[in-house]
Design a protein. Structure first.
Length: 408
C-alpha cells in the first residue's frame, strides 16, 4: 500500500462547480486529492464537449487519473468516448445530471444484480447521506402481468449481502413489465434521484446512443447518476491473498482475538507497519461497533480504512467450528476476510468485495474451504487457475524485498 495523492478530473460548467465538486468529495474526502477542473461552456456545443474530452484524455496520458466526475453530456458520442477512455485506463467515471427543481427527497437505485451492484449501492448510500434523504432499490424483472410489490422478499442474494455489509436497511420496489425504461419512468417520482450502472462493455464500444442509460436520460427528467467502473473480470484474488495470507483450520476464539490474529498476519507479510497493531485494532473494532460486518454465507468482512493510503490489503481466516461475529441471525461465522483500504471510494476494494461475495454464495466453495489444509489449497478454491485470464496466470508474487520496500 503506497501513499500517494488521488488524481481526479472534474468536468463542470460555470455555475455547477460547487455541486460537482461536492460529488467529488463523496469519493475522496481527503486533503491530498489533486483536482483538475476541465471547463465545459454553459451552453456547450458538441465540439465544446469533444474539446473537454480531448483535454481529459491528455490528462490521463500525462499522469495517472484515479477518477473522472463529469456533468451529463449532451453529446452521446462524447459520453461514449469518455466511457471508453475510463475502461481503457481502468479508472471509474461518474456522470451526474444535476437537479434544479424540485429538491431531491429520495435516492432510487435501479439494479438487477449486475456486476456493478456494490459500486452502485456504495454511491447511493453516500449520496443519500450527503443529501440526508432515504434510499430505495428498484428491482425490475421482464414480466407482462405482475403488479409492482414492495418488501424484502425475493431480494437478490448478492444485493442482500451488500446491504447487510454496508449497514443499509432499505425498501425494495419490485417492478415487472415489458420495458425497463417505461417501468422506471412510471415508478419514479418527480423529486427522485436515479442511480444507474453503465451499459455493457459492448455498448460502450459500439454505440452508447440508445443504450438503457441514454433511453432513461431522454425519457425521464429526473436528476441521474451513472457510474461506470473498470470491468471486474480481471480481479485476481491471488494478488490479494498471496503467501500465507489465508489461514485455514483456525481454532475458535472471541472476535477481538480473531481481529488481532488477522492484523498480525498482515504485519508479518509487510502489508501493515509493525507499530500499527493497536491503531489497526481500534479502527476494526470501531467499525464493528457501528454494526457487525458478518453477513450471510457464514462470512464476515471486517474493514479498516486508512487515510493517506492507496491500494487494498487483505487476509482470510477460516474457522471450521465457527465463531460468534455478531451475525444478524446468530449463525456462526466460519470465514473472516479482513480488508484494509483507503478512505473514500475505492473501486478495487468494491470489485474484490463483489468477487469474494459471489464465490462465497456457492455452498460448494464454502464446503471446500472448510476442509482445505493449506493456503495454496484455499486460494485455488477461491481463484482457480483455469478461471484466470492469461495475464493473471503469468502473475508472479512480489518478493519479500519488494514487500518490505512497499511497506516503508
Amino acid at each position: 500500500m503506497n501513499h500517494q495523492p488521488i488524481r481526479m478530473a472534474v468536468l463542470a460548467a460555470c455555475g455547477t462547480e460547487e455541486e460537482m465538486f461536492g460529488y467529488a468529495e463523496l469519493f475522496a474526502p481527503r486533503n491530498d486529492v489533486r483536482h483538475h477542473h476541465v471547463f465545459i461552456p454553459g451552453f456547450a456545443l458538441p465540439k465544446d464537449e469533444e474539446r473537454a474530452i480531448t483535454e481529459t484524455r491528455h490528462l490521463a496520458g500525462n499522469r495517472k487519473l484515479d477518477l473522472i466526475i463529469s456533468e451529463w453530456l449532451n453529446n452521446t458520442r462524447a459520453m461514449q468516448d469518455l466511457l471508453q477512455l475510463a475502461q481503457k485506463r481502468r479508472f471509474p467515471v461518474v456522470f451526474v445530471r444535476t437537479a434544479h427543481e424540485p429538491q431531491i427527497s429520495r435516492i432510487v437505485v435501479a439494479t438487477g444484480g449486475g456486476p456493478n451492484v456494490y459500486e452502485q449501492m456504495w454511491l447511493a448510500r453516500q449520496t443519500a447521506a450527503r443529501l440526508n434523504v432515504p434510499m430505495e432499490i428498484l428491482h425490475w424483472t421482464p414480466a407482462l402481468d405482475s403488479a409492482p410489490r414492495d418488501g424484502p422478499e425475493d431480494t437478490d442474494p448478492l444485493e442482500k449481502m451488500c446491504l447487510r455489509l454496508f449497514g443499509m436497511q432499505v425498501n425494495t420496489i419490485h417492478c415487472c413489465g415489458p420495458d425497463f425504461t417505461g417501468t422506471v419512468a412510471d415508478t419514479l417520482r418527480p423529486d427522485d434521484l436515479l442511480v444507474i450502472g453503465a451499459p455493457s462493455p459492448l455498448r460502450m464500444v459500439a454505440d452508447f446512443s440508445d443504450s438503457l442509460p441514454d433511453q432513461l436520460a431522454r425519457t425521464v427528467p429526473n436528476p441521474m447518476i451513472l457510474l461506470s467502473t473498470p470491468s471486474p473480470n480481471h480481479t485476481n484474488l491471488r494478488r490479494l491473498l498471496w503467501g500465507r495470507l489465508i489461514k485455514p483450520r483456525l481454532h475458535s476464539r472471541p472476535k477481538k482475538e480473531v481481529l488481532e490474529g488477522l492484523i498480525d498476519n498482515l504485519i508479518r507479510h509487510n502489508q501493515l507497519p509493525p507499530g500499527s497493531r493497536k491503531d489497526m485494532l481500534e479502527r476494526a473494532l470501531q467499525r464493528e461497533q457501528a454494526f457487525s460486518t458478518a453477513v450471510d454465507c457464514e462470512t464476515a468482512f471486517p474493514h479498516i480504512k486508512l487515510p493517506g493510503f492507496f491500494g487494498v490489503a487483505g487476509t482470510l481466516g477460516i474457522f471450521p467450528d465457527g465463531i460468534d461475529f455478531g451475525s444478524e441471525d446468530d449463525t456462526p461465522t466460519r470465514f473472516v476476510y479482513l480488508l484494509v483500504t483507503p478512505e473514500g471510494f475505492c473501486d478495487e476494494y468494491l470489485a474484490i468485495l463483489s468477487k469474494i461475495s459471489r464465490r462465497m454464495l456457492d455452498p460448494a466453495v464454502r464446503k471446500a474451504l472448510l476442509i482445505s489444509k493449506t493456503a495454496a489449497e484455499a486460494v485455488e478454491i477461491l481463484e482457480p487457475h483455469q478461471d484466470l485470464p492469461l495475464e493473471c496466470t503469468l502473475y508472479k508474487p512480489i518478493t519479500h524485498r519488494q514487500q518490505k520496500a512497499a511497506a516503508l
